[in-house]
Structure formats: structure tokens, C-alpha cells
Design a protein around this ligand. Structure first.
Ligand code: MLT
Length: 395
């Protein structure tokens, strides 16, 4: 069996790439027609979606750098690594809370500007005299609103409880699994408006989707008073123009974000109420390694067995391999596909030992273990069935 060609489009931690050794996958960054791609935040466009490509594995949670709809249409499976960098982001949110509550940024700037005070006898009284302008407030007892209670948001909510903050959470799509992980001290808000009304700090942890674009905007800022807003999700989810307007009106007291825009950079140069970081939420060795290992394992698992775990566009399916010949089929999610596939296999005297058929939205995916030897003619015959998107044989 020739090896699957895997190409990286971003820097992927070595500890992950080492997982390719001893598998049926080969790292080949020169390949023009890779079978699988590993990516971090690099933007993927249609040119990357070459003929052989079967899967893209994103070392991270957000997939707004990948044209997922086009991938689904072409039958390309897109994986991400939910939770693998959640702790790293949570810890940076903690830094964001501290930056916004204790004037740390202005304090550091102030001290760095005192190069003219060369004697301790001058410096010490000067600091003592001036420190009152940097008085902050404690997080304990204040209210933290968390928008989105997935892998990262739920960790941020738990951290808020541990800091003795009152924590309010909002997530209309909260899964039962995620709900179980939340401490009872996290109070649910029925609406975003309600969350913004009661919070002193709001931390946003929702994906960038068409439905979430600009969802954090003036409708919510009108509800708040001296609110510190933290965005460690994606820049698209917050309306930056509204942020700038409401910083001037004091509804917002500051904005700390991992996603700078040119307008925000201009503001940050003249005001201390905007603090910008260069998308470093997941940039820790531990998170990069966790994401790389998970992304590689998922990609190898899929290429070698057809099994799917943590895809954002394909259904989850894992069955133990029962025979030497496995066929995977992606088809449009329309009636009578299984019947047509089984009839085609039957005509070729191919006997099914085990199978799974699962669907998600517009597509369905089948894993079929065949008892006899499968030749290419079977794959060609199945490809010809109307509404079949792709077929492959794993020997
Ligand atoms: C994520 O979506 O998980 C992060 O953006 C990952 C990264 O920084 O690459």
C-alpha cells in the first residue's frame, strides 16, 4: 500500500508530526496533490482543495480560515481539535481580566517613562505620590459574563467562580455534556441583553459564523455601564465601530482583544482603554503540542480507517475494522442511497460484513467492510451512482 501524502500549511509542533512515523502517512510538503492537510490559522482557499485531498485537520478550534461549505460539497472532511488549547486561552483571559481591572498596562508605561529619576531617593517618593492614579478594583465580588460555554467558555466560567466572582453564562446551544461540567454557581442568563446588563466583565467565546457575525454590538453595549469587554474568540463576532463609540460614552470602560484591527490599533496608540494582543490565546508550547497531536491522530485515523472523530462538517463514526477491504462512501443525504449501493455491491457478488451509515446536514457517510476482495471496478461502479460524492477503498 502506498503511503498517504500529508502536507502542512502552517507550523505544526514536531511532537505531532512525529506521530506520522510508523503510520501509512508520509509528511511531504513538496506534494502538489496531498491526501491530507494539516493547518493552523493559515487561510485555505479553493486552490488548496486539490483533486486528491480527502481531509483537512485544523490544529485549533476555530475553522473560519477554511471554506468549510466548499469542502463539504467536495466530500473533504474537516477536523478541528476542540478543547486542546482551551486552558491556554483561559489563562490569557485571566491576564485580560487583570489588565482591565488593575491598570497594569498604564502602570508599566508610567514606570518605564521615569528614566530621568536616577536616584532611589527621588524615585521612591515619586512613585508613592503618583500611584493613586493606578488604583484598580478587585475581581472578587464583581460579575463576569461568559458568552459561549463550550470547551473554553466553560473553563473561563469555572475560573471566574474560583476567583470568587459572580458568574453569569449565556449559550443557547449548550450541550448536556457541557452543562454537566459547569459548577452550580454559574447562573444562566436568558438573553445576551440580560448578561450585558448585569456584568462588570464580559468574555466572549463563540465561533465566527454567519449567525454570530457582529453579534456583540451596540444593542448590548447600551445595556452596560463601565463594562470591560474581552474578546478571545474571533474579531468577526464583535462590532468594532460600536465598541469605539461606546468606549467614548463610558458604557464600555475598556476592550481587551486578541484580534487587532487597523482602527483598534489607532485607538490603542492614543488611549489606554484598548489593549491589543496578536492572536496569542493558543500560543503556548503545551497548547500547540496538544493541538498538533490531536490533529495528526485524527487525520491518520481517518486516512487509514475512514473513521471520523471531531469533524466539523462530517458525522462522527468509528467502527472496528472487521475485514481487509473497507469501502468509504460520501453521498448527498437523499433517499434510497443505501439500497442502490447494496444492489451495486450485490451485482458484483460482494458481501457486506459490517457497515455504518450516518448523516449530517446535506451529506451522508458510509463505512462498509466487505468479506471478499474488492477490485477497482466496484469503486468505479459505486462512483457512478447518482448523488455519490466520493468513494475510496482502504485495503
Ligand atoms: C483556535 O481557534 O483554537 C486558535 O485560533 C488556534 C491558533 O491560534 O492557531
Amino acid at each position: 500500500m502506498s503511503k498517504f501524502q500529508v502536507k502542512t500549511l502552517s507550523n505544526i509542533a514536531d511532537v505531532g508530526l512525529e506521530r506520522l512515523e510508523g503510520t501509512h502517512c508520509l509528511l511531504n510538503n513538496e506534494s502538489d496533490l496531498p491526501d491530507g492537510v494539516l493547518v493552523r490559522s493559515t487561510k485555505i482557499n479553493n486552490e488548496h482543495l486539490t483533486d486528491n485531498l480527502m481531509a483537512i485537520s485544523r490544529a485549533g478550534a476555530g475553522v473560519n480560515n477554511i471554506p468549510v461549505d466548499v469542502c463539504t460539497e467536495k466530500g473533504i472532511v474537516v477536523f478541528n481539535t476542540p478543547g486542546a488549547n482551551a486552558n491556554a486561552v483561559k489563562e490569557l483571559v485571566l491576564a485580560g481580566l487583570m489588565l482591565s481591572s488593575r491598570n497594569i498596562y498604564s502602570s508599566i508605561d508610567f514606570v518605564n517613562s521615569l528614566t530621568h529619576l536616577e536616584d532611589m531617593s527621588d524615585l521612591e517618593p515619586f512613585l508613592e505620590e503618583n500611584k493613586m492614579q493606578f488604583k484598580g478594583s478587585e475581581l472578587a465580588g464583581s460579575t463576569l459574563g461568559v458568552v459561549g460555554l463550550g470547551a473554553i467558555g466553560s473553563k473561563v466560567a469555572r475560573m471566574g467562580v474560583a476567583l470568587n466572582m459572580n458568574v453569569v453564562g449565556y449559550d443557547p446551544a449548550l450541550s448536556v455534556q457541557a452543562a454537566w461540567k459547569l459548577p452550580s454557581q454559574v447562573h444562566p442568563a436568558d438573553t445576551l441583553e440580560e448578561l450585558f446588563k448585569v456584568s462588570d466583565y464580559v468574555s466572549v467565546h463563540i465561533p465566527a459564523l454567519e449567525s454570530t457575525k457582529g453579534i456583540i454590538n451596540e444593542t448590548l453595549f447600551k445595556q452596560s455601564k463601565n463594562l470591560s469587554l474581552l474578546n478571545f474568540a474571533r474579531h468577526e463576532v464583535v462590532n468594532t465601530d460600536d465598541v469605539l463609540t461606546y468606549l467614548d460614552k463610558n458604557n464600555l470602560s475598556n476592550f481587551i482583544t486578541d484580534f487587532p484591527t487597523p482602527k483598534l490599533i489607532k485607538r490603542a496608540n492614543n488611549h489606554k482603554d484598548v489593549i491589543l494582543l496578536p492572536h496569542i490565546g493558543a500560543s503556548t508550547s503545551q497548547a500547540e503540542e496538544n493541538c498538533a497531536v490531536m490533529a495528526v491522530n485524527q487525520l491518520v485515523g481517518f486516512l487509514e480507517t475512514g473513521n471520523i472523530k471531531n469533524s466539523i462538517n462530517f458525522p462522527e463514526v468509528q467502527i472496528e475494522r472487521t475485514t481487509e477491504n473497507r469501502i468509504t462512501i460520501t453521498n448527498k443525504n437523499v433517499p434510497s442511497m443505501i439500497g442502490q449501493i447494496a444492489t451495486t455491491l450485490g451485482k458484483l457478488n460482494l458481501n457486506i460484513a459490517d457497515m455504518a451509515n450516518v448523516s449530517r446536514g446535506e451529506i451522508a457517510y458510509n463505512l462498509i467492510d466487505i468479506e471478499n476482495n474488492v477490485e477497482d471496478e466496484a469503486i468505479k461502479a459505486i462512483s457512478k451512482i447518482e448523488n455519490v460524492v466520493n468513494v475510496r477503498l482502504i485495503k
